[in-house]
Design a protein around this ligand. Structure first.
Ligand code: KIV
Length: 262
């Protein structure tokens, strides 16, 4: 039986008031673990530029890199909806380029949907992707690919712009709207206004679902952790302790034992 989460599943979750869970993955074991834990959606985010590649923004991430990681994650899953990000500047250039790039992602990764940063200004591109049969999530509020234009990673407080972006993206056919770093009351207003589900990150508790970067919530990261992250595990410390024990055992000559040898 195919019990993959679909666009319709998310729509009916919004109707029922059932909250949607989304986490990021970039590799096979993480994607398998999230799928086994029954997370509704797995996002192959361009956050991979910062989380996996150690870069300071998501801007350098390429289409080929998104396809490489997207294919691995999609292959690891059977249940979750897999969504792959359109990297910068896909979505900001010509509509034909956007649709072609999104179609290539769908074809080569076998993901179920794509996500694109933008709302009102990208409405024609969203419409063209949806018309081409590509389920599309619009990412509004703080758009990390526009970090330099926005003057940094700041909370976005412009209510009029948020509502315009949300409305335009829904009207263009986006099946879900991801809202990043806005005050809770604005996310609430958008969630109540829209018929499609909203997924929040740093947007308070009123969205239809929540997303976090998995490395942040597992404590498996190399730097700054935003205020909105709840850390559910401390994998970095656990791993460091394990590695230290391995190093000590090697230095003492007590690894490997007879049982660990042929
Ligand atoms: O790229 C990403 O991981 C994202 C999340 C921050 C939502 O867009």
């Amino acid at each position: 039986m195919n019990d993959r989460v679909t666009v319709k599943t998310l729509q009916s979750m919004k109707k029922k008031g059932a909250k949607i869970s989304m986490l990021t993955a970039y590799d096979y074991p993480t994607a398998k673990m999230l799928d086994a834990a029954n997370v509704d959606c797995i996002l192959v985010g361009d956050s991979l530029g910062m989380v996996v590649q150690g870069k300071t923004t998501t801007i350098p991430v390429t289409l080929d890199e998104m396809i490489y990681h997207g294919e691995i994650v999609a292959r690891a899953t059977a249940h979750a909806m897999v969504i792959v990000d359109l990297p910068f500047p896909v979505g900001q250039l010509s509509i034909a380029h956007t649709v072609e790039s999104a179609a290539t992602i769908m074809k080569r990764t076998q993901c179920q949907a794509v996500k694109m940063e933008g709302g009102h200004q990208q409405a024609s591109a969203i419409r063209a992707m949806v018309d081409a049969g590509i389920p599309t999530i619009a990412h509004i509020g703080l758009r990390p690919q526009s970090v330099h234009a926005l003057g940094g990673y700041r909370v976005q407080r412009d209510a009029e712009q948020l509502m315009n972006d949300a409305k335009a993206a829904q009207e263009a056919g986006a099946f879900c709207i991801l809202i990043e770093c806005v005050p809770p009351e604005l996310a609430k207003q958008a969630t109540e206004m829209l018929s499609v589900p909203t997924i929040g990150i740093g947007a308070g508790p009123f969205c239809d679902g929540q997303v976090l970067v998995t490395n942040d919530m597992l404590g498996w990261n190399s730097g700054y952790v935003p205020k909105f992250v709840r850390q559910y595990a401390d994998l970095k410390n656990a791993a460091e302790q394990a590695v230290t024990r391995f190093r000590d055992d090697v230095q003492k000559g007590i690894f490997p034992s007879a049982d660990e040898s042929f």
